[in-house]
Design a protein around this ligand. Structure first.
Ligand SMILES: Nc1ncnc2c1ncn2[C@@H]1O[C@H](COP(=O)(O)OP(=O)(O)OP(=O)(O)O)[C@@H](O)[C@H]1O
Ligand SMILES: [Mg+2]
Length: 377
């Protein structure tokens, strides 16, 4: 146990609060063995004197892309001196200068001087390091879609992948480009000269299933909380909410908040009320963002659905259509378009009803949804 934890030992339910921090890198990576194997396979040529192959890591938010990249880079750093891995967070580093400074810091272990060094000097220093170590460079451009938006993606890829051209004896670098924006195709975003040297293998990260989320969260609970603080059925409930949201971070936030609530009340164990309160606090902002993206008509329909659900009224699709028409003069096809959009955003489900037709189920508390729908933009 660390010194600061000893000081707080009798007051806290957290053994290590860092474990619930968004930037925490877990020791054990669950359910991503196939991804690690595939990425390791791409790095292997570099261990035999060649160059690493390139990859695009693609998948929705919270599917473990960053964690997997850190994991493979840690393995590389541990196992071999032949590849120098450099992780770049492109949300925070979008200009060429910022990216090169980051690569410098990764491979030297300290930042380049803040001023007085030209970009070419930093690049020359990076190459000098590669020569000194007789190693090749492997760069992870995490959230590379930010480079596309900043207009630096193509030049950076071009320079990195052709690093060997300007300097004798430097091997071709490899790039792992990561994105959670599924609308962006990082290969198509590369222009022709870049595509001629960028032949990435796409590695897709699909959302975790509930059982996988449960296991990852249970591991975090073991590491971060004292025994007995989080009852297993409540952890199940949290895993279910995170799986519904398709976002493991929701689960980590829920655990952190529920435990803080129990701690504030002077209890040694989380109860169902803590989880319910945490769920309201974590889910409301997510819902607000999703509802803000709806058109006025879709929002009116959602409000009507929430009110009908609150009144425990008839929730069949036909009944909601009639109830909505009092407020929104739309025909059946527009109604179904609106409804499908609500299903797509994950706010309602359409399930088979008792007779013919389908029933609409609101996934969230109707009061919360109606309240958000009525908020001004
Ligand atoms: N396989 C895993 N094993 C252990 N922890 C994981 C795993 N996958 C994700 N996590 C945890 O879930 C959180 C989100 O993971 P991560 O940041 O890797 O997702 P991401 O795919 O990079 O998301 P984004 O696209 O939003 O950047 C982190 O706290 C991470 O530690
Ligand atoms: Mg990430």
């Amino acid at each position: 146990m660390r010194q600061k934890d000893i000081l707080r030992h009798d007051q806290t339910l957290f053994r290590d609060p860092e474990v619930f921090n968004p930037t925490f890198v877990p020791e054990h990576l669950h359910h991503r063995d196939a991804h690690v194997r595939e990425l390791a396979f791409l790095v292997r040529p570099a261990l035999q004197g060649g160059s690493p192959r390139n990859a695009i890591l693609r998948g929705p938010p919270g599917t473990g892309k960053t964690t997997t990249a850190h994991h493979i880079f840690a393995l590389i750093a541990e196992e071999t001196g032949q590849v120098l891995p450099a992780y770049v967070n492109c949300r925070q580093n979008q200009s060429s200068a910022a990216v090169y400074r980051c690569i410098f810091e990764e491979i030297y272990g300290y930042a380049p001087p803040a001023t007085g060094r030209h970009l070419d000097d930093i690049r020359a220093a990076i190459v000098a390091r590669l020569k000194e170590k007789n190693a090749c460079l492997l760069v992870c451009l995490d959230d590379a879609n930010y480079l596309v938006a900043a207009g630096t993606y193509n030049l950076l890829l071009y320079q990195l992948l052709r690093l060997y051209e300007g300097w004798d004896g430097v091997r071709c670098a490899g790039v792992f480009a990561v994105t959670s924006d599924l609308a962006i195709n990082l290969y198509a975003e590369a222009d022709r000269p870049v595509q001629s040297v960028f032949h990435p293998t796409e590695v897709f990260f699909s959302p975790y299933m509930k059982t996988e989320i449960r296991e990852i969260l249970a591991d975090r609970v073991r590491q971060g909380l004292y025994p007995g603080v989080m009852p297993a059925p409540l952890l199940d409930r949290i895993a279910g909410i995170a799986a519904d949201e398709q976002d493991i971070r929701v689960g980590l936030d829920l655990i952190g908040m529920a435990v803080m609530q129990a701690e504030a009340d002077g209890r040694r164990r989380v109860d169902a009320g803590d989880v319910a309160a945490a769920a309201r606090a974590v889910i409301a902002p997510l819902l607000r963002t999703r509802i803000a993206g709806l058109s006025p008509g879709e929002r009116t329909l959602l409000c009507r659905i929430a009110e009908q659900s609150r009144e425990r009224a008839d929730m069949t699709s036909g009944a909601i259509f009639e109830a909505t028409r009092e407020y929104l003069p739309i025909g059946k096809s527009t109604y179904h378009e609106h409804l499908n959009r609500l299903v797509k955003t994950g706010i309602v489900d359409l399930v088979p009803g008792q007779g013919r037709g389908r029933e609409i189920r609101l996934r969230y508390d109707p009061d919360t949804v109606a309240g958000i729908c009525r908020l001004p933009d």
